[in-house]
Design a protein around this ligand. Sequence first.
Ligand code: SF4
Ligand code: SF4
Length: 114
Amino acid sequence: MAIIKEAIKQLLSRPVTLKYPFERVAPPEGFRGRPVWDMRRCIGCGLCSKICPSGAIEIIGKGKEAKIKYYVDRCMFCGQCAESCPRNAIAMTSEFELANYSREKMLYEYEREF
Ligand code: SF4
Ligand code: SF4
């Protein structure tokens, strides 16, 4: 009897799921999505690359001329890079819809504009 009661209750209630992508919820505060680099702040120390547990950051060159390659398909959004950057050059955004058919499009490149 309890199961019939529960079935009727569920039939009359609104679904808890959303019709994504037509319906969306905003990510909660503190959500860690794609990290982004502010190359005006970066000094090319390489710490973010060294600390990244999934090898998602590659540094080419040194100092202020360093270029950064970030592979979003390797990233696990732990936020270690942003936490460890001595210059606060990395910010974790709330961007999470990052899938793509091409791995080439999952590479983000950053370099300082002199
Ligand atoms: S840790 Fe910060 S300053 Fe150092 S290379 Fe990475 S982004 Fe640049
Ligand atoms: S968020 Fe974590 S996994 Fe992603 S690039 Fe930064 S340190 Fe690497």
